[in-house]
Design a protein around this ligand. Structure first.
Ligand code: SF4
Ligand code: SF4
Length: 292
C-alpha cells in the first residue's frame, strides 16, 4: 500500500509521520490560516523531526543545530520526490513558512496531543519535535488523533516566567525576543536566552526521557561576538535558526542577556552604532544594571 511505503521511506529519513484529511483540517482550522492556495489538497501528511534537548545554552534546544527549516525542508523535498516516483500528484510542502496550522495538522494526523502549553506532545519524543507538512491531491486513509491530555498537571504554568500559558501569542518570551519593541524592565529580566525559550518544555514531565546530545553546532555561542559583529560578520550564522531575525535584534537580545548575567560588555558596546529605539533601550538597561 502506498501509504505504508511513504511511512517507511519517512522513517528512513528519521521522521515521524501521520496522515489526515484536508477537509477535516479545514473544518477545525481557525480563520488565521485560511488560504485558497491549499484548496487542491485532499490529504495532509504531517511530519515531525525529533530533536535532542539541552537546558543550559543561550539558544532554545531547537536552535542549537543547523537551522531546522533547512534540514526539514531537505527531508520533505526528498519525501516529495519519493512520492512522485510512486504516483502522479500535486504536492506542496511547508516548514513554518506557509498558511498552515501545523499543530492542528500534527494532532489530526496522530503525531501527538495538545499540551497545556499549546505544543504537541508525542508519546516517544515529548514536545521535542519540529513540524512540517505536505499537502497532496491524493486521498489517503487518515490516522487517528491521540486521545490524551495533560490531566491535572500544571507544571508548565507554574514555571513559565511570563504567565504565557493560555496566552502564548501575546506573552511568550520567544515572541518578545522576536519583536523590535522597547519593553519594561520586568520583561527584559526574563531574557535568559537570546533566541527561543525552553522553560516549559524542559520542566514538562512528558519530556523527562528525551535525550540530550553531547555536541551541538551552536553551543557556547559567544554573546560578546554577537554584540560586536557587523552585518556582514553576522552572515557566519546563516545556518542558524535565529539568522532570520537579523543582526540588530540579536544584538539587542545579547545585550539584555549579558546585562542579566552580569557580563561586562563595555568594550563590545563601542561597536554598536545602531540608533533604533529598541537597541538604545537595551544599552540603557545594561547601564542601569551595571550601576546597581
Ligand atoms: S516558551 Fe517560555 S515563555 Fe513561552 S510559554 Fe513556555 S515557559 Fe512560557
Ligand atoms: S508541563 Fe504538564 S501541563 Fe504542561 S504540557 Fe507538560 S504535561 Fe502538560
Amino acid at each position: 500500500m502506498l501509504k505504508n511505503r511513504i511511512k517507511k521511506y519517512a522513517e528512513e529519513l528519521g521522521l515521524l509521520i501521520g496522515f489526515c484529511s484536508y477537509n477535516k483540517y479545514k473544518e477545525l482550522n481557525d480563520s488565521r490560516f485560511n488560504s485558497n492556495r491549499l484548496e487542491f489538497a485532499k490529504s495532509i501528511i504531517s511530519v515531525a523531526l525529533p530533536i535532542s534537548r539541552n537546558d543550559d545554552e543561550l539558544l532554545a534546544s531547537f536552535a542549537l543545530d543547523k537551522d531546522y527549516h533547512i534540514v526539514l525542508r531537505e527531508k520533505l523535498s526528498a519525501l516529495r520526490e519519493y512520492i512522485l516516483t510512486q504516483i502522479d500528484a500535486k504536492i506542496e510542502y511547508f516548514v513554518d513558512n506557509g498558511p498552515v496550522n501545523e499543530k492542528l495538522v500534527a494532532y489530526l494526523s496522530g503525531i501527538g496531543y495538545f499540551g497545556k502549553n499549546s505544543l504537541i506532545i508525542n508519546e516517544l519524543y515529548g514536545s521535542y519535535i519540529l513540524l512540517g507538512e505536505l499537502f497532496i491531491d491524493i486521498e489517503f486513509k487518515s490516522d487517528f488523533p491521540v486521545l490524551n491530555d495533560c490531566k491535572n498537571c500544571s507544571i508548565c504554568m507554574t514555571h513559565c516566567p511570563s504567565e504565557a500559558i493560555g496566552n502564548i501569542y501575546e506573552k511568550c518570551i520567544s515572541g518578545y525576543l522576536q519583536r523590535k519593541d522597547v519593553f519594561p524592565d520586568r520583561i527584559y529580566q526574563m531574557f535568559n536566552n537570546i533566541y527561543g525559550c525552553d522553560i516549559c518544555i524542559s520542566n514538562c514531565p512528558k519530556n523527562k526521557d528525551v535525550k540530550s546530545k553531547k555536541k551541538y553546532v551552536f553551543e557556547n555561542l559567544n554573546l560578546k561576538d554577537i554584540i560586536e559583529c557587523s552585518k556582514s560578520d553576522f552572515k557566519k550564522y546563516s545556518n542558524c535558526a535565529f539568522y532570520w531575525l537579523g543582526h540588530k535584534l540579536m544584538k539587542r537580545n545579547a545585550i539584555i542577556v549579558a546585562s542579566n548575567k552580569g557580563i561586562n560588555i563595555d568594550k563590545e558596546l563601542k561597536y554598536v552604532h545602531s540608533k533604533e529605539d529598541y537597541i538604545l533601550a537595551a544599552i540603557d538597561y545594561y547601564k542601569r544594571k551595571s550601576i546597581r
